[in-house]
Design a protein around this ligand. Structure first.
Ligand code: NAG
Ligand code: NAG
Length: 552
């Protein structure tokens, strides 16, 4: 066609009603399609000038069309990429908000833990003077272990606490008996007497009860947030089936091929999305359970007498009470140890040093959480609760979200929308949520007997995590080894593990644990040098959690 002819055509077409229906038999001009198609980044070569008969169309309703087979395929591919992109983007926003919750909780918790440690150091230095310098390392190690535990390290909290008391006992015992030479073996023997002699009184038991509950809960919460983020990431990447690709193409781009410049009807859009996201919607129940359980755990953190802040601030006091108890009963304890382990050798000449002068200035001053601290905790808790609550419906509201105003026609124009065939009202019913409800989905043919395996696995992950949190909520430490095995089953280690499991430290269920004071010298070799587990800086761990939450 030469230039004047094109001009002439344009002239002839200009006055014609732009919306002349193809059904009228008049072939319309494809200029709109051209600009639309090139706007999507495709080459316009090959686009017909006017509508052609559409027998070649495989997805779109046949009839006059501006789309060639190749255009139909390109648009179909585009619709898939766009749909998958939007599902991922929406998942990323959710991951991002879970990550923000993690950050805010983690920031608070670590600060609290640091404040607790500082308070122990400060008040201990004040109350016990020189003894502090000798024991500073023991305290440091305790807090390091608590931090590692919170971060998900595979260590047994009870054993870590027992280890702490045993080492503290050794230091105090040695300091009180400087006139003797006390070798490692002797001290091991002394440590074995702790269970019966209870030099620290009730303090170890009390500390264990409160701290375990809190640390197990805090750690499980962080794990819950991480697992939730991982599930979102994996599920948001599930590729579109062929059937769904067709349905999405028909929904999004067939109106263009058909020359109908209307958005799809809202219910039509939702039925397509409900069909294509049916497996995802099956996450709903377990997702809701997990978020519910996380909310329970979070809400328990600001209880008046066993809140996170109260418990963390009480650690120094309980330790101090234990120390005072031991110092008060040192003579009896020493005598009994001498009876059980034999009289130690007197140290060489001149080294008979008087007992450490005991400064008993009363218990270490009680450090109560300040009102500002409480307010911050309350904010962390209420933010987390409300954000989690908002996200509980995510999987069943996703189809509607994806059919927002940008995509689908508003309800008001239910007669003026693309219904899959032409411009007009969409009559079929709105489908329910989940795979089983798609049996009569008019838009997507789905085999409801074949659930998506990736998504089933993620549903299992949610279940496992919920159980773990429930256990944590009830104060039970769960076997971390098993827990991380569950998780790695899905192809990802959950937390960076900074050290291999220690011999004999593999977490065991509560009932067959060693008793509070069961002291295992075998372990000592490994555990005494806590400092030698060169643990990567917490920022590294932090980054790895961050990386998990943000993986795409
Ligand atoms: C559409 O995608 C399929 C599968 O990825 C590919 O083989 C085909 O070449 C694509 N077609 C067009 C026209 O881009
Ligand atoms: C808390 O203490 C640890 C170890 O002492 C330190 O690495 C970290 O930076 C501290 N964090 C905050 C927020 O104070």
């Amino acid at each position: 066609m030469d230039a004047p002819a094109v001009l002439l055509l344009c002239f002839l077409w200009a006055p014609a009603p732009a919306l002349a229906d193809a059904a009228n038999g008049k072939a319309r001009n494809c200029a709109d399609m051209r600009s639309f198609y090139s706007g999507k980044g495709f080459a316009i070569a090959g686009i017909p000038n006017t509508e052609i008969s559409g027998e070649h169309l495989r997805i779109c309703p046949q009839g006059y069309t501006c789309c060639t087979s190749e255009m139909e395929e390109s648009l179909s591919n585009l619709s898939r990429r766009e749909f998958e992109g939007r599902v991922k983007e929406s998942g990323r926003a959710l991951q991002g908000s879970l990550y923000a919750l993690y950050r805010s909780f983690d920031g608070y918790f670590v600060e609290l833990l640091n404040a607790s440690q500082r308070s122990l150091q400060d008040s201990y230095r004040e109350a016990h003077g020189t003894l502090f310098a000798q024991n500073a390392r023991v305290f440091q190690d305790l807090y390091d272990e608590l931090r590692r535990y919170y971060r998900g390290a595979r260590l047994n909290l009870e054993e870590a606490l027992n280890e702490f008391w045993a080492r503290l006992m050794e230091r105090l015992f040695r300091a009180a008996n400087l006139q003797y030479t006390l070798g490692d073996e002797y001290l091991d023997c002394a440590a074995k007497q702790m269970e019966t002699l209870r030099p620290f009184g009730d303090a170890p038991h009390d500390l264990h009860l409160r701290a375990t509950r809190t640390f197990v809960a805090a750690r499980s919460l962080v794990q819950g947030l991480t697992i939730a983020g991982e599930v979102v990431r994996k599920v948001s990447q599930v590729p579109l089936s062929l059937e769904c690709n067709r349905a999405i193409m028909k929904l999004m781009y067939c109106p263009h091929c058909r020359g109908v410049s209307f958005k799809p009807c809202a219910n039509y859009c939702r039925n397509v999305m409900k069909g294509c996201l049916a497996n995802q919607a099956d996450l709903h129940t377990e997702w809701q359970n997990l978020l519910d359980t996380m909310m329970q755990v979070v809400n328990s953190f600001n209880s008046a007498d066993s809140g996170l802040d109260v418990v963390l601030y009480s650690i120094p006091r309980q330790i101090s009470e234990g120390i005072i108890n031991m110092q008060e009963n040192m003579e009896t304890f020493s005598t009994k140890v001498f009876q059980a382990c034999g009289n130690p050798r007197v140290a060489g000449t001149g080294s008979t040093v008087p007992e450490e002068p005991r400064k008993r200035g009363g218990p270490v001053s009680e450090n109560k959480p300040s009102p500002t601290n409480r307010a911050r905790l309350e904010k962390v808790v209420s933010d987390m609760s409300s954000k989690l609550r908002e996200r509980q419906q995510y999987w069943v509201t996703l189809p509607t979200m994806l059919c927002g105003d940008k995509v689908a026609a508003p309800a008001a124009s239910e007669d003026r929308c693309w219904n899959g065939m032409t411009r007009g009202r969409y009559l079929p019913q709105l489908m329910g949520d989940g795979l089983a409800s798609q049996i009569n989905n008019p838009e997507v043919e789905i085999d409801i007997t074949k659930p998506d395996m990736t998504i089933r696995q993620q549903i299992m992950q949610l279940k496992v995590m919920t159980n773990r949190l429930k256990n944590a909520f009830n104060g039970n430490d769960v076997d971390f080894q098993d827990a991380s095995d569950d998780v790695s089953g899905s192809g990802s280690g959950m937390y960076a593990e900074e050290s291999p499991p220690r011999g004999g430290t593999r977490a065991v269920t509560r009932t067959d644990r060693p008793k509070l004071y069961a002291y295992q010298p075998d372990n000592k070799k490994v555990t005494t040098g806590t400092g030698s587990h060169a643990s990567p800086s917490s920022s590294l761990l932090f980054l790895s959690v961050a990386a998990l939450l943000f993986r795409r």
